[in-house]
Design a protein around this ligand. Sequence first.
Ligand code: MG
Length: 297
Amino acid sequence: MSLDRRGFLKLSTAAGVATMIPGCSMEEKKMGTPTKAILKISCQEGVAPGETLTEKLDFLEANGYVGIEIGGRGLVDRVEEIQKALEGRTIKVSAICAGFKGVIISEKEEVRKEAMQSMKEILTAAGALGSTGLIIVPAFNGQTQLGHQESRELLIPLLQELGVHAQSVNSRILLEPLNRKEAHFLRQVADAAAICRDVNNPAICCMGDFWHMTWEETNDMGAFISAGNYLHHVHIASRKRRKMPGEDEGDNYVVGFKGLKMIDYQDYISLECGSVGDKKVTVPAAAKLIKEQWEMA
Ligand code: MG
């Protein structure tokens, strides 16, 4: 049976306003359906106030944070230290932020190989820490001479290989789109999700960063919905200067949070930002703002 456009529209109307969520096994989620999404607020280690990891964890736990995001550089040698610091706590490691060597879409084979080796090592450490995944940027501006099409064709099989490793160590790759001033190759959440779809490995996923999304996305909700089940991490910062959420006038994440609720988002929203004010004041204030806007969404 074939449906013409008029017939399809009639059928859609009869079924109510339904939206297809990519990456959700083609299930339909109706507008207004109660969300299964949960709010889990995280903070990067370098953003949290405190001299030591223990001080930072104490501060974050006392202020409603349930995740800490750790840098990937040197992570392999820090696994024991971090495991010990987390013992008996409810706060967990959220994502691991980059810190690998090499460039995965470099035109030079040895630079690609260095990236693959380094990412695999960090993935193994990420898995040991129960992290949600390793954030990667395929290339910053100036790091590859390859054009877009060639970069993408090169990236897919390399991600397939990384996906196999990530699965074996119980972790994930999280592709991060950046704004055009930092990267030309991957700028939008939907593009990251399309790469995940083409790789077709459950350990190859993506994330969104409200800071970059401010410049590259036309709609935060649309961006998150386009990623669906491929989305496993979110970065948050103020929208004009990349400071603490709430430090720029009009910082608003409600539309994005609505999108996260529509996809039943289960992972962390993590602070990646500077701070104008004293972090002992602004980090708790950011958590309060995020919770308030999550409720509004
Ligand atoms: Mg980011």
